[in-house]
Design a protein around this ligand. Structure first.
Ligand code: FES
Ligand code: FES
Length: 177
């Protein structure tokens, strides 16, 4: 006879994916969002929940290199994917502070972070863009970030920071993340 625990276990779905470079296996409820699982099960609270309905971009992560609203993605859809969250930017680890990604450096130097709530999502959208196109024009950056709402900065500093990071990435050294 099944216990309640066995019954609830039977509803769980095994999900296996690469998360910030590490093979990861978890069990999730089929109806949970990727955002909930990242934050509550995996403890990656850098990814934020703003609207929960795909309109603010605060929850943006990279899935197979594409920027995705994790509030609109079911956790089982992560299976077999390569996933990056803001915690995977740069080379910081639990053991060391590591090195910031050029985008993170530029956001700091341009004052593109105020309350910071939108920042992880903006960084991930910008990373997806720069990975695809190392030399985006201002209009392309604006277009790319149009799904990421920021209530604080007025956007100019963010756009300047992404342009700066693109320049730094073109001119400089290899980096991690
Ligand atoms: S929380 Fe996902 S788009 Fe707003
Ligand atoms: S820095 Fe506050 S919402 Fe963007």
């Amino acid at each position: 006879m099944n216990s309640n625990n066995e019954e609830s276990d039977a509803t769980l779905v095994k999900v296996s994916f690469v998360l910030n470079g590490k093979q990861t296996e978890i069990k999730v409820k089929p109806w949970e969002t990727a955002l909930t699982v990242l934050r509550e099960q995996l403890g990656l609270t850098g990814t934020k929940e703003g609207c929960g309905i795909g309109e603010c971009g605060a929850c943006t992560i990279l899935v197979d290199g594409r920027a995705v609203d994790s509030c609109l993605l079911l956790a089982p859809q992560l299976d077999g994917r390569d996933v990056q969250t803001v915690e995977g930017l740069g080379s910081a680890t639990a053991e060391s502070e590591g090195v910031l990604h050029p985008l993170q450096e530029a956001f700091i130097s341009h004052g593109a972070v105020q309350c910071g709530f939108c920042t992880p999502g903006v960084l991930m959208s910008a990373k997806a863009l720069l990975d695809q196109n190392p030399s985006p024009g201002r209009e392309e950056i604006i277009q790319t970030l149009s799904g990421n709402l920021c209530r604080c900065t007025g956007y100019i500093q963010i756009l300047d920071a992404v342009e700066q990071a693109a320049k730094d990435l073109r001119e400089t050294k290899p980096h991690k993340g």
